[in-house]
Structures are given as structure tokens and as C-alpha cells.
Write a protein that binds this ligand. Sequence first.
Ligand code: PPE
Length: 306
Amino acid sequence: MSDWGRYIWFDGKLIPFEDARIHVMTHSLHYGVGVFEGIRAYRTDNGRTAIFRLYEHVDRLLLSANAYKLEIPYTRDEIAEAIIEVVRKSGFDDCYIRPIAFINATKLGVRPPTRRASLAIGVFKWGKYLGEAYYKGARVITSHWRRPPSDSLPMNSKATGHYINSYLATIEAHMKGFDEAILLDSRGFISEGPGQNLFIVKDTKLITPPLHASILPGITRDSIIKLARRELGIGVLEEDITLGMLYSADEAFFTGTATEVTPIVEVDGVPIGDGKPGKVSKRLQKLYEDVVRGRLPEYEEWLTYV
Ligand code: PPE
């Protein structure tokens, strides 16, 4: 079996993976107009597969579409059902789900011939996003590129075009031999990674950049804020973080659907804490894993069994 699921849900129908094609002259390919989601499903301890926070992801997809004035001709429930069906038909237990809405018109010129979007949903196997760094901690650099300000783009939406900025930061880090990049916002405060949010641990409190720091409001970020408060009794602040605060943090870690919880052990050559994955980071990493695998009954409402 390839890493891709056998079927793609495309505009209302499940079709073989190979048949889900678009033309090279498609509007969205040229202008980066599209919105998407990244969702994971996990095999839980009872043997059944569950999609993590499915409805929150569908809601964010609809909000992203709204910001770009794209019309997705399906309801929240229809989209959720379609995602469940794709996962079910894939036969996968652990998998990553990628819904994407875009202007599927073979027409150039920025003004779109229609704002009605096509919706496609694919599924595949995706291991650890940052590889071994999940266990060893990530060595990262601050990118020369800044996250665009919120008066240039609706940064709270997950739009395909926003990822050209992520792409630049990512390749910068990789070309220099690092695991990942961190981007500052236009004011010079910490924003986020190219595909993940960031937290620091300082004096037994968690601090994460606020929504006005050009971040994507991550669903994993939200889960970690709740888990830290409820399960570990740790205070969480959503406040601006300076580069100096990051360098002098006790611990730091990334969160994201693909990244899950990944410790950060070095930034710009500066070791964070003792240069090893931190205690709180590791506890939250484990807690998150337990929740997505259905080991904490209090968080069953976050799981949608397929
Ligand atoms: N910020 C950005 C820019 C971002 O892309 C993601 C997710 C997050 C924060 C975390 O959001 P959430 O997944 O809701 O906790 N990035 C997705 C895509 C990564 C990719 O390379 O593709 C993901 O993790 O699914």
C-alpha cells in the first residue's frame, strides 16, 4: 500500500487517488488562493481509530474560507461526514487528513471567474513531522523572514498562499542544517514556526504568543493550553515573547497537528535550559499522546470515532 489513501473525496464523490487531477492553468495554483486543514486520526487504545478535534478543524476551514470570501458549497456536517468517510475507506489507523478548498477554474487573471470553491479531501500516512527531533528536541534558527502583519493578510486563516512565507523560512533552516525555523512578527516579537505554534516555559508558567502576533490559532495550541491548566495546574499566558525571553527560557516547544508536541533545545546556537528536552515539555508531549490515543476519558469529546 502506498502512503496515500486509495480514495480522494472530490466535490461530493469518492474517486480513486489517481483520478483526482486539476489543470496546470488552474486559478488557485497561480495565485495561491485556497484554504486547507491538517487533521490527524489516531488508533486509540480500544483498537478503534478516532479523528482528533474534527469539528474544530472543520470550523476553522469554514472561517478561513470566509476570510477569503470563498464559498464552500457544503455544510459543516457534510464536510465532517466526508472526512470520516475518507478515513474509513482508507483502512488506515494512524493517518493525516488534508481537506483543501480552492478555485478550480482554468482561467487566468487575479479576479476569479467564480468564488465557489472545489473541495478535495485526501489522507495519508505521516510519521513524525520533525523526525528524531520529536525525541531529541529541535535545533532551530530565527528566520530572516517575518510573518506578514495582519493588515496584509488574514493570518488567522489557514490559506495556501500564506505558506510561501513558511516555505522561505523552512528552506532557510534546512539549508543551514537546522530542524526548523522560528519567525518573528512585523513588530519583532516571536510569532510561530512555519507550520507550528510555539510555547516557552518560564518559572513554571507557560507563555505563548497572542493572536495579534500573526499566528495561526492552532488547535493543538488550544489543546495544550487546556491540558496544562487542567491536568498540570500550570498557568498559561498569551503574551508577546521577545527573542531574549526565548533565549533565556527554561524550556521551549512547538505544537501543531503534524508536529504534535516537539521540544526545542537550541535557538540560534543558544541552548534552551540545559539543552535537552525539558520536563514540562516532555510531560505535555506524553499527555497529548495519551489524549489523542483515548487514554483520558475526560477528553473523549475531542475524539470522533470513524
Ligand atoms: N501555525 C502554522 C503556520 C501552521 O501551519 C500550523 C499547522 C499551526 C500553527 C498549528 O496549528 P494546529 O495544527 O491547528 O495545531 N500546520 C499544519 C500543516 C503543516 C504542513 O507542513 O503541511 C499541520 O500541522 O497540520
